[in-house]
Design a binder for this molecule. Structure first.
Ligand SMILES: Nc1ncnc2c1ncn2[C@@H]1O[C@H](COP(=O)(O)OP(=O)(O)OP(=O)(O)O)[C@@H](O)[C@H]1O
Ligand SMILES: [Mg+2]
Length: 406
């Protein structure tokens, strides 16, 4: 076993234990960790090549457990029982991060239930570590708050208003930039545009789920998802347009509850409030975004939708997002009049993007657009609002206000 010890603080006492202990299977991961601890200037660190058994031997010799423990499950045949043994030699306060090669939803869920703070899929990078471990606060970011994820629904005042474009790119941003795991469910049983936008094919998983109420468990559900990448998964189906088979909203709700155990967010793309699963989606949602354009018809539909959603027992938080999916520049309802008609201001307004969205959709890629008020910036604002983060501008404004208030 090759061991690397960093003792950046010279005068430590004999019993002073490493704050960050890691046992990893390969050199590349070890290198990433070494760079991370050097960049973060972590004083007490122990990084070694090894697995769970090596971690157990090491920790059992220590008087105090470390603050963070990162352990590689690559060579673990039985990761859950291995981690169970590991937990016996750790203080409960240890923040354990598991690392592995498998992008396995069931495993992730079980690990969280065991008390593991996060499960990272290789390759490990310094950026990923920085997003996961908050050295200044001595904590692992966010995941502990998200033991059960949130269902978030998106619907629109009319067809083609941009629901999928906005919801999907929000999911992309949350998974790639903020380290969240998102399950994206396209409720359109004949097939919506989400798969095309991601450049993937459906496996009819949603239909299978709806037909197999008796088989619903985390492992089964995992097999019905199509992975776009390490953190974004899609549940969808493409039934024949003439198909008249009935679906059971209660089965759908049970599947949602299980997915919320494994994902930070379960996004529900509700193509229409008339969808047979729409009611179940709104009932499960913590928050519903209603996308609308600034037309008279949309204002009326928006009002009706908000009433329909807010009257439900779970009273989800609702937000109106305005969008301009076409180039029409005249004849729109004024923003103030629209707000007055629906009785609230919109959370945000997306502008018309003449080129980038269409190109991105056709290529199944993320929109390549960087203007300060453009689509991607708007997505960041909505994401920050959802996760409760402030943008840099908001932060500087906030700090100025704080100084002013003193
Ligand atoms: N702000 C925008 N600027 C330019 N094009 C946009 C904008 N928003 C959406 N679009 C385009 O409008 C089209 C319809 O968008 P999208 O599929 O997201 O709408 P939808 O509400 O999900 O539709 P559906 O009712 O079919 O589910 C897409 O081609 C998308 O690229
Ligand atoms: Mg859609």
């Amino acid at each position: 076993m090759s061991t690397l010890e960093f003792n950046l603080t010279k005068n430590r006492s004999a019993v002073r234990v490493a704050e960050f202990v890691a046992f990893v299977a390969d050199k590349d991961t070890e290198q990433a960790l070494k760079r991370f601890v050097l960049e973060e200037a972590m004083p007490h660190v122990h990084i070694a090549i090894g697995g769970v058994d090596d971690a157990i031997v090491h920790l059992s010799k220590l008087d105090r457990s470390p603050q963070f423990l990162l352990v590689d499950l690559q060579s673990s045949a039985m990761p859950l029982s291995d981690l169970g043994r590991l937990s016996e030699v750790c203080e409960p306060s240890v923040q354990v991060i598991a690392l592995g090669e498998r992008n396995d939803v069931g495993l992730f869920r079980s690990l969280l239930k065991l008390g593991v703070r996060d499960y990272l899929v290789k390759p490990l990078t310094v950026e990923l570590l920085k997003r996961t471990v908050n050295v200044a606060q001595g904590s692992v970011n966010q995941v502990s708050f998200a033991r059960t994820g949130k269902a978030i629904a998106f619907t629109g005042s009319r067809g083609g208003v941009g629901v999928t474009t906005i919801a999907l790119n929000l999911a992309r941003h949350l998974t790639s930039e903020t380290h969240r795991r998102v399950a994206y469910i396209d409720l359109n049983l004949s097939g919506g545009s989400a798969n095309t936008m991601l450049g993937i094919e459906t496996n009819n998983g949603l239909w299978e789920v709806l037909q197999n109420a008796h088989r619903l468990d985390p492992q089964y559900l995992e097999r019905t998802l199509v992975a776009k990448d390490g953190r974004l998964f899609v549940l969808s189906t493409e039934q024949d347009f003439g198909s008249r088979s009935a679906v059971d909203p209660a089965t759908f709700q049970r599947a949602l509850a299980l997915l919320c155990d494994s994902f930070h967010y379960v996004f529900l793309d509700v193509d229409s409030a008339r969808n047979p699963l729409a009611g179940a989606a709104f009932d499960a949602a913590k928050r519903v975004y209603v996308v609308s354009d600034r037309s008279v018809h949309s204002a009326r539909q928006c009002m009706r939708l908000l009433r329909h959603i807010e009257d439900r027992d779970n009273t989800p938080q609702t937000s109106v997002v305005l969008n301009s999916p076409n180039a029409a520049s005249h004849g729109k309802v004024q923003a103030d009049d629209f707000a007055e008609a629906i009785g609230r201001s919109a959370l945000h307004e997306f502008h018309f993007e003449p080129k980038s969205l269409q190109v991105a959709e056709n290529l199944g890629e993320k929109p390549k657009e960087k203007s300060p008020n453009g689509f991607n910036q708007s997505i960041i604002r909505i994401a920050n609002d959802l996760t409760g983060q402030m943008t840099k501008t908001e932060l500087s404004l906030f700090s100025k206000l704080a100084v002013w208030r003193k």
